[in-house]
Design a protein around this ligand. Sequence first.
Ligand code: GDP
Length: 296
Amino acid sequence: MFDALSDKLKGLMKKVSGQSTLTESNMQEVLREVKLALLEADVNYKVTKDFVNRIKEKSLGSKVIMGVNARQQFIKLIHDELVEVLGGQNVSLNPKNNNKQNIIMLVGLQGAGKTTFAAKLSKLSKKEKEKVILIGADVYRPAAKRQLQVLSEQIGVEFFTINDSNDALLIVKKGLEKASDIEATTIVIDTAGRLHIDETLMKELEDIKAMASPTDILLVVDGMTGQDAVNVAKKFNETLVIDGVVLTKLDGDTRGGAALSIKEVSGKPIKYISEGEKLDEISKFYPDRLASRILG
Ligand code: GDP
């Protein structure tokens, strides 16, 4: 994952380890290269600048460069800052509501991987002994409801939609009634996407949010799209107020810019990542694991 960035940073850390002493000037040089590596990975400019400045301040402030373990401390500083920029800690789903239900509303642009993720999350929740129902309320893409129904049959979870209705609000309302009837504990709602953010989409999502009172609104974004994904997250959060982000397609040739910028820019944590088309290729997001993977 993030191969180019990872190779560059690993190379730089090796260089630091190989130096007999770490002086202020060669540390500045390394930090310049760290900055370039982050920018080449399409990390947001301000995020990159702040990242490097924090390391500079911390290493100079704590006299890291003077100590005997200077090199290890410097490498640890970079690792810790990566963890920080990725969100610090794992953030799980919000607690269940008073009816003991997780109501997870998935939103996002068309093609981001929302429907696939709806199935993945349902499968994972089933494995965690939740009683799951999937609600297909993507009324915009004709094949979406059918796609979700097939996936729910594959996983073996309940599914609800109204095939001949384009009324997303009605589908969600009836779906929630069914969820209560069958005593579901996890309800996953797939909503409609568009090619771009538009007012009709946002209005529909706001209406569903008001009616369903989801415990989590998760925005699904395509990790391959770099800073576009970050901008989408910022905009969705401004209008809808989301609870977290799902980053998909991290198995592809992703540079890493979205993962490393989205928390700082949008203020919302990445809760899950998706690394493939298979239904098991979903993980809860742990910033320290990813930082260790990047630094090797
Ligand atoms: P939606 O329009 O947001 O509902 O998107 P879909 O769930 O239909 O996904 C769009 C395409 O991306 C499909 O071909 C999926 O198989 C694919 N896809 C979804 N998630 C991933 C992922 O994590 N990795 C890869 N490689 N492909 C994915």
